[in-house]
Design a protein around this ligand. Structure first.
Ligand code: SAH
Length: 382
């Protein structure tokens, strides 16, 4: 259960230079000072020298940023007032501002974040007994065009930087009580994580690093639409992350209809890459399957899916579609979902139906951003 431990992580004698480095790249048109966690450690050290501070302050500051639930430089009480002021002049405390915060009756919390260039992304904290899972985004919008998904309705604007990805975990961490700890991270928010591979990997490195957040790779799941080349690269990254592949259909014809990016790849290639992921990492791959009433939820689809993936050490996660107000598609009723699940189980395939979290807030992936973008667009039209 020691996903990360507040007490010991910084007690080891780690030199500031060995802290993980995030890229300094800020989005174009950004007028604010750079976010502190977007600056590389070498940049911090150079800056500290210019203001006459010792090197060890870098570690002290980073510890405040990562481990403690503070909201501003001013709360870094073991630094001099002057250093705190200088930090505030030269760096932004965060890569984004929180512009929306919803809390569901099951204590799922969802944040809408405005990035420095005005773009919006979402992240979510989900609470289960003994488990705190955060769901983070990797792109502004998405280019994959899945027909049931709110995230892709406006296309993709840009990739998130590594700090913008990583800081979502920090901002959700700050929402938690002192006795709560993040146990799992799912990269299932807005965007296609493997289409922003380099920044994703840098962010995950900091998340896993003992000098960063100290989370075990096995507690992190990356969900992909199924980009075979990147899946194979991910298999060789040297860490045991969990891979979830969004299948959603048991044959190429149907899959291309609902996941258009399938046209250029095809199920055979995706499954071969996922098999390689399992062979290289030993981690059982999950297949996600969004159930869309009347589209891919029939017993014959379940049979075909079972025949497609049988013989693999895998797991299927059925996701009854979350409603998206702009779309006409809906989830099947409980009996159809149950029947689909039982057919797969009958073939010996471990299958679960994803529990709905945050049902009374804008729960579908990208829905909050979409609603806000609609409102902003409407305001501009008026
Ligand atoms: N691009 C990645 C991450 C997307 S979000 C991927 O395709 O896997 C994580 C999962 O939520 C994906 O399986 C995605 O297809 C699914 N999803 C998207 N919109 C949904 C909706 N309206 N209802 C239920 N699941 C949805």
């Amino acid at each position: 259960m020691s996903a990360f431990c507040h007490s010991h992580r910084w007690s080891a004698a780690v030199s500031s230079e060995s802290l993980p480095i995030l890229p300094a790249a800020a989005p174009a048109g950004d007028k604010r000072p750079p976010a502190l966690l977007d600056a590389a450690v070498s940049e911090w050290l150079a800056w500290l020298a210019t203001v006459g501070e010792k090197k060890f302050r870098a570690k002290q500051i980073r510890r405040w940023m990562i481990e403690r639930r503070i909201q501003s430089f001013d709360q870094m009480t073991d630094l001099s007032t002057s250093l705190r002021q200088q930090l505030a002049e030269h760096f932004s405390f965060s890569s984004f501002e929180t512009v929306g915060h919803q809390i569901a009756s099951d204590r799922t919390e969802k944040l809408l974040l405005r990035l420095h260039d005005g773009e919006l992304v979402e992240c979510v904290l989900m609470r289960d007994p003994g488990r705190r899972t955060v769901c983070i985004s990797t792109q502004v919008g998405c280019a994959m065009g899945c027909v049931f998904c709110a995230s892709g309705l406006l296309g993709v604007k840009r990739d998130l930087t590594a700090a913008e990805i990583f800081e979502q975990v920090l901002v959700l961490h700050r929402l938690m009580e002192d006795d709560e700890k993040i146990t799992n991270v799912v990269v299932m928010g807005i965007g296609e994580p493997l289409a922003n591979y380099k920044n994703l990997m840098q962010a995950l490195d900091v998340l896993c690093s003992e000098d960063g957040f100290g989370l075990g790779a096995r507690r992190i799941t990356v969900s992909t639409v199924g980009l075979p080349k990147q899946i194979r690269e991910f298999a060789r990254c040297g860490r045991q992350f969990n891979l979830a592949v969004s299948l959603h259909a048991p044959n190429d014809e149907l899959r291309t209809e609902i996941v258009p990016v399938n046209k250029g790849t095809g199920l055979k290639e995706i499954l071969a890459a996922a098999d390689e992921y399992f062979e290289v990492t030993g981690r059982r791959v999950s297949y996600e399957y969004v159930l869309l009433a009347g589209v891919n939820d029939q017993p014959e689809h379940a049979e075909e899916l079972a025949r497609l993936i049988r013989g693999r050490n895998c797991h299927v996660n059925l996701i009854p579609m979350n409603g998206v107000s702009e779309l006409v598609m809906t989830a099947p009723g409980e009996p159809m979902t149950h029947q689909f699940c039982e057919i797969l189980k009958g073939w010996g395939i471990p299958t679960t139906v994803r529990k709905r979290k945050g049902a009374d807030i804008d729960a579908a992936c990208g829905q909050l951003r979409l609603n806000r973008s609609d409102t902003d667009a409407a305001k501009k039209r008026d």
